[in-house]
Design a protein around this ligand. Structure first.
Ligand code: SF4
Ligand code: SF4
Length: 225
């Protein structure tokens, strides 16, 4: 198994653990405010005005106004920590970007107002073939081939010079300035933000797990209100 495969596998295992932990913590939160005279669980259908219904409403408020807010603030802390790290100019992210969308699909999205698609197309052009992309970051392409069922399209930036410099650095768009904006994204070992990812990965996995659990509770309770 390649280093990259091992890294992704470890990330998945950690996520499963964080998910179990988050589910237990959220359930504890619901149990803590459960009225003594209610025996059914939080996902049950309760009569309007009943203590069970009031419990559900109170819990949804906690999820919305406390838990979700805390998650958002913790994400902001992680992004603020990124400032302690910087790009080393390896140029991998300029030379290889991938998308689940073809150029035509991206164009369609851009035309209908998708800002990310618009910026992406203003920077990247498609590779002639997957084999050309493979030369830039072979491990990454192999990982996608092994794990991704849907087609992936590979792109590169024509503004990158032969000596791996951005020929329009001052005017580079926001997506270039923001990369990487998520510590869970796969970075080449040459990337100056790898340490940021290592340092914040556990926290971000936990936050992602929390979001999934919170959304699950919100959806499942709301259908009964
Ligand atoms: S515009 Fe510059 S920074 Fe952005 S991808 Fe192209 S070469 Fe890289
Ligand atoms: S992969 Fe990381 S270090 Fe390399 S150019 Fe992109 S941001 Fe900079």
């Amino acid at each position: 198994m390649s280093d990259l495969n091992t890294l992704v596998e470890k990330q998945r295992t950690k996520f499963r653990e964080k998910f179990k932990f988050s589910a237990a913590e959220i359930q504890k939160l619901a149990d803590r405010i459960k009225p003594e005279n209610v025996s059914n669980d939080i996902f049950s259908r309760f009569e309007e005005g009943s203590d069970g219904r009031k419990w559900q409403v109170e819990f949804l408020n906690i999820l919305e106004n406390k838990v979700s807010k805390d998650i958002y603030l913790k994400f902001q802390d992680v992004l603020a920590e990124r400032k302690g790290y910087s790009c080393t100019g390896c140029a991998t992210c300029c030379n290889l970007a991938c998308s689940e969308f073809s150029p035509a699909e991206l164009q369609k999205r851009a035309d209908s107002g998708d800002n990310f698609a618009r910026q992406f197309l203003s920077v990247f052009i498609p590779y002639g073939s997957k084999e050309d992309a493979r030369k830039v970051y072979p491990e990454y392409i192999a990982l996608l081939e092994a794990n991704k069922e849907d087609e992936v399209y590979f792109y590169h930036c024509p503004k990158l010079t032969e000596d791996k410099r951005c020929s329009d650095y001052e005017n580079r768009p926001q997506i270039c300035r923001d990369f990487p904006d998520n510590p869970l994204c796969i970075l080449p070992s040459s990337c100056g933000f790898c340490r940021w990812r290592e340092k914040t990965e556990d926290t971000v996995l936990l936050l992602h797990a929390m979001i999934e659990v919170v959304e699950y509770y919100k959806d499942k309770i709301s259908v009964n209100l």
